[in-house]
Design a protein around this ligand. Structure first.
Ligand SMILES: *Cc1c(COP(=O)(O)O)cnc(C)c1O
Length: 360
């Protein structure tokens, strides 16, 4: 038995991406310039937004989005307990305190009915996280934010082109929507992130903060505090090329998910976590299982990598979080990712299903 190992995530870029980077370099476009501007325009347009700003990572996108909303030391930002830790580290970097709340029982997205339980006079923002393409209840969240004058910074890093039931893309309803261009995301430039917004004043502020407060390099004055979070043209070229052909990636992810849904129908040991909306896009194929570590070890022995869910944030000591998180804890114990990704072959998926069936 010498089957090739299957990794939990697979993405490829191919000749067109290589060509795009090579072209940028031949045109002497390396640092941030017109190619980046072109990518930002295309990204905003595709999401139906006025502005997009590309930065060095999804984490930086979240950080800048909060910073440009004046979130500062001592403020509180409401963050779901179940997410990637970047969602909490962004306010933490500003000296603000992430205040954690539990997720829903059936799916690992924030339980918005718990918002008023954690509201204090220090609360300044909410960060809904559309985890793995599953939409948070934005109507409730935005209504709550309006009532209490809070900023809404959407972490849509795992939800690019995933849609709410009203047809709108995730990340387009809050003050800002943040996306990641990391390797385990829909489109990637290795590292990178994007902030989208419809608020022009806020966009101008974000642009300044991204570049040391400098308006333009020929009429420089020191205007305001900022830092260097600029992107590069050759990376923009790579990711713009993927954006123009993103339908292929989306189609493949849907096919992978469908293959699992059909293949695991009736299998008891591994249950796919449901999606509520028909237009929600599963970036990853996530599932719950009893005795997760035993299952992961079994898959590993069969050359198949399954990744456990990241730990619940409240288990992170320095966040000093109180509260009760029974649903997040259950996902923490039982959740995992089956091999997926825009370049995961359907043959690999079939092999994963076959191996799972032998386990049950
Ligand atoms: C990937 C991710 C981030 C951070 O993005 P990076 O580009 O890796 O910095 C933030 N939040 C969530 C939910 C993510 O999945």
């Amino acid at each position: 038995m010498t089957s090739k190992p299957i990794s939990w995530w697979r993405t490829q870029f191919g000749e067109p991406a290589i060509e795009a980077i090579a072209t940028a370099i031949r045109q002497e476009r390396v640092g941030q310039g017109p190619i980046t501007q072109g990518f930002e325009d295309a990204f905003a347009k595709k999401l139906g937004m006025k502005h997009a700003l590309v930065v060095t990572s999804g984490s930086v996108a979240l950080y800048l989005a909060l910073l440009a909303k004046d979130i500062k030391a001592g403020d509180e930002v409401i963050v779901p307990d179940r997410t990637w830790v970047a969602s909490a580290h962004a306010p933490y970097m500003l000296g603000a305190k992430p205040i954690l709340i539990d997720t829903l029982d059936e799916i690992p997205v924030v339980d918005s009915t718990q918002l008023d339980k954690v509201l204090t006079p220090k609360t300044k923002a909410i960060m809904p996280v559309h985890l793995n393409g599953r939409g948070c209840d934005m109507d409730t969240i935005i209504q709550f934010a309006k009532k209490h004058s809070l900023a809404v910074i959407e972490d849509a890093c795992q939800a690019l082109f995933s849609k709410h039931s009203d047809g709108s893309c995730m990340g387009t309803k809050g003050d800002a929507g943040c996306f990641s261009l990391g390797t385990t995301k829909l489109i990637s430039s290795g590292q990178g992130g994007v902030i989208v917004t419809n608020d022009t004043q806020y966009y101008e502020r974000l642009k300044l903060v991204k570049n040391h407060g400098v308006v333009d390099q020929f009429t420089d004055r020191w205007n305001q505090f900022g830092f260097n979070f600029k992107f590069t043209d050759f990376q923009s070229a790579m990711v713009h090329q993927q954006l123009t052909t993103v339908e292929e990636r989306l189609d493949h992810l849907r096919k992978v998910y469908e293959r699992y849904t059909n293949g695991l129908d009736g299998v008891k040991t591994v249950k796919l976590i449901p999606f509520r909306g028909a237009d929600e896009l599963p970036l990853y194929v996530d599932a719950e299982t009893d005795e997760r570590e035993k299952f992961i070890a079994y898959m590993h022995a069969n050359q198949i990598q399954c990744r456990p869910f990241p730990p619940s944030l409240h288990t992170c000591g320095y966040l000093n979080s109180g509260g009760s998180f029974p649903n997040s804890v259950r996902f923490n114990r039982r959740g995992l990712y089956l091999p997926s990704g825009p370049s995961q072959s359907l043959e690999n998926v079939d092999r994963v299903i076959e191996v799972i069936k032998k386990y049950s």
